[in-house]
Design a protein around this ligand. Structure first.
Ligand code: PMP
Length: 293
């Protein structure tokens, strides 16, 4: 049974300061955020009723807006409270949480200094993608035609809606070709990340991951680095060239949505066998999200 479209569901959405019925959370077609991409968002998950690293997400949300030259008109504490209130109002325990902020309708031109900043928070049920047995089979990644842009050409450190344009195109192409997602290189041809998740590799028991200097330094990425370090697994953040992919035994992607998901294949050339390092980190991540405030 397919679910109704997102605008035809029931529940409550937090909209500019208060909860409103889900179907009433609307914006006008003449909104700067829609036409000019002045829009930032977050993706979070609640586990057992508590949002994992809520504060970090709220800070990143405010920071993303600042990078796009606007200010989210709510403090991180206010956002944390609003997110918790929205989860509760919708009667959800385990769910996805989507804060979004955008410039409104006062000005419809490139410059929009005086536009109102709108903020909404929606939550919905989104179970973890796979069980352990399915996860350990690993997903297949295509190699994207688009690359992560030079930070001098885009606000790479913001979780900005506009940056997802190349991600959607790349993921669509990957899906049409039978892959689950696409690995993106960066503007210098180095391995960067997937369309909505960061990437890690294993060689000789150590983790290797690209330096996050032109793409999102994911909160899950940092959590994985922390969990691996606590386990005594060495973590190397470095430049990784595509030719090196053949030297790694395991590979996994990670993000709020994907959690920790092993990869079995990249393009037509590189194969990996999901193994013990991936499994330990899947389990440790699962434990962490269920046991931290
Ligand atoms: N990169 C991109 C492009 C993403 O969309 C995401 C998901 N937000 C990530 C990385 C992972 O970030 P996080 O772990 O903070 O969810």
């Amino acid at each position: 049974m397919s679910l109704p479209p997102f605008d035809q569901r029931d529940g409550y959405i937090w909209f500019n300061g208060s909860l409103v019925p889900w179907r009433d959370a609307k914006l006008h077609v003449l909104s700067h955020g829609l036409h000019y991409g002045s829009c930032v968002f977050e993706g979070e998950r609640a586990y057992g009723g508590a949002i994992f690293k809520s504060q970090e997400h709220s800070s990143r949300f405010r920071k993303s807006a600042e990078i796009l030259d606007f200010e989210v008109p709510y403090s991180t504490d206010h956002l944390d409270q609003a997110k918790a209130e929205t989860v509760k109002a919708n009667g959800l325990i385990n769910c996805y949480v989507r804060p979004v902020a955008w410039r409104g309708s006062e000005m419809m031109a490139v410059a929009a200094q005086n536009s109102t900043i709108n903020v909404a928070i929606a939550v919905w049920d989104w179970p973890s993608m796979f069980d352990m047995a399915t996860k350990m089979k690993g997903i297949k990644l295509d190699i994207a035609e688009y690359c992560r842009p030079d930070p001098r050409t885009s606000p790479s450190m913001a979780k900005a809606a506009g940056l997802y344009m190349i991600c959607t195109i790349s993921k669509h192409r990957a899906e049409r070709r039978g892959f689950a997602d696409a690995l993106m290189y960066d503007w210098q041809g180095r391995v960067a990340e997937c369309t909505g998740a960061n990437v890690f590799f294993v060689a000789d028991g150590a983790l290797h991951t690209p330096i996050a200097d032109c793409f999102l330094d994911g909160i899950t990425r940092r959590t994985v680095i922390d969990l691996a370090t606590r386990r005594g697994i060495k973590v190397v953040e470095r430049r990784i060239m595509p030719e090196e992919l053949k030297d790694f035994s395991e590979c996994f992607i990670c993000g709020t949505g994907a959690e920790v998901t092993p990869v079995a294949q990249i393009g037509d050339l590189y194969n990996f066998t999901p193994g013990s390092v991936s499994q330990i980190l899947i389990e440790d991540y699962d434990h962490e999200v269920h046991n931290s405030k």
